[in-house]
Design a protein around this ligand. Structure first.
Ligand SMILES: [Zn+2]
Length: 221
């Protein structure tokens, strides 16, 4: 652990190795038990990284802490991808979708905080998008509209707008989000390009039956 504090470049090397190994297992053909084991390996490594990040923060090394965020969440995205593949094999389609979306969202936060990458032409995001197009049917998304009555900054806890932190940016290895604590619901509408792809229509009517939109299995109420 201390070696990384002296030389963060070694951390990048270790990450590249971990990511390469994990990605070799992120194919549908790879044994489900091997994929499950890799997910555990990644999560164990993430615990180590979390300790390392605390050390960087303690020493006021903000760039290094932010680097750990990017490494953590890149690996977490691969873990979600692996979990999606496991879900597909175990016939858990809804969970598979949610894990794909988690991978996309979390990797998006890495890209937007990395000076070297853009969202438009990112190899890994393209890969995740191909899963979406190939493996899942067309889904219908909902968007929740409303008036935010109370929200605060996740970094400093002050009311939104009262501090200089920017939503989506990293501060000492943590991402800044706007935490909504009170919202007045105005409307729920269907949208093509949703902010939240977890928020989707679950069932459709088909021949007088209510069926799951993913599996087409009847939903018995
Ligand atoms: Zn703040």
């Amino acid at each position: 652990m201390l070696i990384f504090i002296e030389n963060p470049k070694l951390l990048i090397d270790e990450f590249n190795q971990m990511a390469e190994i994990a990605q070799k297992k992120a194919f549908i053909t790879v044994g489900i038990e091997i994929q499950k084991k890799e997910i555990i390996t990644i999560h164990n490594y993430l615990k180590e990284l979390s300790d390392l990040k605390s050390e960087f923060v303690k020493r006021d090394l903000e760039n290094e802490a932010n680097l750990v965020y990017c490494i953590e969440n890149s690996l977490l995205a691969i873990a979600y991808e692996l979990q999606m593949l496991v879900n597909l094999k175990e016939d858990q389609m809804s969970e598979a979708w949610d894990n794909l979306v988690r991978a996309q969202v979390i990797y998006g936060t890495v890209i937007s905080n990395s000076p070297f990458q853009t969202e438009e032409n990112n190899h890994y995001l393209n890969r995740l998008e191909r899963y979406e197009k190939l493996l899942f049917p067309n889904l219908y998304f909902q968007s929740v509209g409303g008036i935010i009555k109370e929200s605060h900054c996740s970094i400093c806890n002050q009311k939104s707008g009262k501090c200089g932190h920017i939503k989506g940016k990293l501060y000492k290895g943590e991402i800044c989000v706007r935490v909504i604590s009170d919202m007045q619901l105005e409307e729920v509408s269907f949208v093509d390009n949703p902010a939240n792809k977890h928020c989707r229509l679950i069932s459709i009517e088909q021949n007088g039956k209510t069926v799951d939109i993913m599996t087409l299995r009847e939903i018995i109420k």
